[in-house]
Design a protein around this ligand. Structure first.
Ligand SMILES: [Zn+2]
Ligand SMILES: [Zn+2]
Length: 89
């Protein structure tokens, strides 16, 4: 299940789970549309994978399956490494 991270890793813009402006790579590095289409040119800077629109979770599902509230920043990106929600050993 997608984490649905709450922010853009690059500019820290809020990306609520119902936002149509969220873009993710296969590792779920998350960016806003402006960063993904602009500076990043459709490629994740962490893994070089493609960035695609993040599907929106229906609001009635969010109650049972809430989105992540853990903000992720590029300086501590978990792409291809330990997920941010799991402390490093
Ligand atoms: Zn951004
Ligand atoms: Zn990535």
């Amino acid at each position: 299940m997608l984490e649905l991270r709450p922010n853009c890793e690059t500019c820290d813009r809020d990306l609520p789970p119902t936002s149509a402006d969220a873009r993710i790579c296969s590792f779920e590095c998350t960016y806003c549309r402006v960063c993904a289409d602009g500076a990043l040119a459709g490629r994740c800077p962490n893994c070089a994978g493609e960035l695609v629109p993040r599907p929106r979770r229906p609001e009635d599902k969010l109650a049972s399956y809430p989105a992540s509230t853990v903000r992720v920043h590029a300086t501590a990106s978990a792409c291809a490494l330990t997920p941010a929600s799991t402390p490093a050993t």
